[in-house]
Design a protein around this ligand. Structure first.
Ligand code: SF4
Length: 299
């Protein structure tokens, strides 16, 4: 197998069927055309020949464009001898129906990170489903109980996602750390009983903290070095970070944003209070992942 290519993040839609209070994304209505997706993929493969393609579908809610997602997976160009691509997408889970379940069963190379579990029995049986354990400020105390419920329902692959870019009080941050310690203890108990539970955060390391880097393609075909611009507080960076468009590949400036110091940008955009809270939440998550590693729990 070839080395992994940096991820291609395809924003299938800016729309979502929910309105979560802590949603960091700048939601809208634009959706990606199939031709735009095809151009983005061709360009991505041309830039990373022989390396394992990693395609991450993004939103909004990617399952609002399930047909397009399926067409991309099933029609992905695979010249003989080329590495098997890896696909993944986050979803709020509300649109996971029988069609989506059978698609996931047929395509074990497509990983779905589901944050709301509607049909636990159907989802827990799929090896390519990861449950995202979201934690909003004020809800941190309930997280270990939620985790216990997921473990009891048979889920063995998890990802923890505390809310970023929102204020957390000192008390809530203390509660989050306590809940992470309880969660680590629960996971260690599973390990002691011989059950293998994987936690994605253990394996995730990102050179730009808080965001996905790689080739990020917005729903209109614009290309960016980070998906930060898809978030409300950073949307004003769009012009500064826009590399070009997959519709005009020859004019893309691939060096744009290289060497950028993200920290001061984040602080200016978020304000000191929210920035500091976000860094502390990220630190708590990092400590939690380190504790899992020490406890022999893998990613
Ligand atoms: S489901 Fe995700 S994208 Fe939709 S509103 Fe909630 S956090 Fe935002």
């Amino acid at each position: 197998m070839g080395r992994d290519a940096p991820p291609l993040i395809l924003t299938l839609t800016r729309a979502c069927n929910l309105r979560c209070g802590f949603c960091p994304l700048s939601l809208g209505k634009t959706t990606m055309r199939q031709g735009t997706a095809a151009k983005a993929i061709a360009l991505y493969l041309q830039r990373h020949p022989g390396r394992t393609p990693r395609i991450r579908f993004f939103g909004g809610e990617p399952l609002l464009r399930f047909r397009l997602l399926r067409r991309i997976v099933e029609g992905f160009p695979r010249p003989a001898g080329s590495p098997e691509p890896a696909f993944s997408f986050p979803t709020n889970g509300t649109l996971v129906d029988r069609e989506v379940l059978s698609f996931l069963a047929e395509h074990p190379g497509v990983e779905a990170a589901v944050s709301r579990v509607r049909d636990a029995r159907a989802l827990a049986g799929l090896p390519n489903v990861v449950v995202t354990v979201c934690v909003a400020p004020g809800r941190e105390a309930g997280m270990p109980g939620h985790l216990a419920g997921l473990l009891a329902a048979g889920f063995d692959r998890l990802n923890f996602l505390p809310a970023f870019f929102v204020p957390w009080s000192a008390e809530q941050l203390g509660g989050l750390r306590r809940s992470f310690r309880l969660a680590a203890a629960l996971l260690r108990r599973c390990r002691d009983r011989g059950r293998v539970v994987r936690v994605r955060n253990v394996a995730t390391a990102n050179p730009v903290p808080l965001f996905n880097h790689g080739m990020v393609v917005d729903s209109d075909g614009d290309v960016f070095p980070s998906n930060a611009v898809l978030c409300g507080p950073f949307a004003h960076l769009r012009d500064r970070l826009r590399m070009g468009s997959v519709l005009e590949p020859a004019r893309i400036d691939w060096g744009r944003g290289r060497g950028l110091r993200w920290d001061p940008i984040f602080r200016r955009a978020l304000g000191n209070q929210v920035y500091d809270a976000t860094r502390r939440v990220d630190d708590a998550l990092t400590e939690f992942a380190a504790e899992l590693v020490r406890g022999g729990i893998g990613g």
